[in-house]
Ligand binder design. Structure first.
Ligand code: CMP
Length: 140
């Protein structure tokens, strides 16, 4: 089915100037960018976005990192977009990510892991709404 997923290019990858290289991977995999904006998240925004991880030992480092510089946020649309994007990203820990994935090629650590992608349809809907009002999403 045609799905939508929320993708974030994290501060490490924005700082490395590889937004275009990552966008190319989305496009070559048949994922269409139907909304996009750059954002410099406040602590509050990062905490809200990652609320499901509140209480995990890595939560504070995660929020610190995600507020350390601008991020590029986009909605990707396409056939099986959620799992397709997760395949393109590779495992959360770049050391475990398969060769040729975004994280294997560009990420340094489990915190500075270049990209975020929604993990399921329900979270995708919530995450998209977090960043984009419906009228800013341009499907076809
Ligand atoms: P992301 O997909 O953005 O979702 C939560 C982030 O927490 C994850 O990517 C990692 O960058 C970060 N993180 C740090 N440590 C862990 C961990 N042990 N398990 C999962 N995520 C972690």
């Amino acid at each position: 089915a045609v799905e939508r997923t929320l993708s974030i290019i994290k501060p490490d990858a924005v700082a490395k100037n590889i937004i275009g290289q990552i966008y190319s991977r989305f496009e070559q995999a048949g994922l269409k960018i139907i909304a996009a904006r750059m954002a410099y998240l406040s602590r509050r925004e990062a905490e809200t976005f990652y609320a499901v991880h509140r209480g995990r030992p890595f939560f504070n480092d995660l929020v610190e990192f995600m507020t350390s510089g601008p991020v590029m946020v986009q909605v990707l649309e396409g056939e099986n977009a959620i799992s397709k994007n997760r395949e393109l990203m590779g495992a959360t820990d770049p050391k475990k990510a398969e060769k040729g994935t975004i994280r294997a090629d560009f990420a340094e650590s489990i915190d500075a892991n270049a990209v975020h992608g929604s993990d399921a349809a329900e979270t995708a809907a919530v995450e998209i709404a977090c960043f984009f009002p419906a009228l800013d999403v341009y499907s076809r």
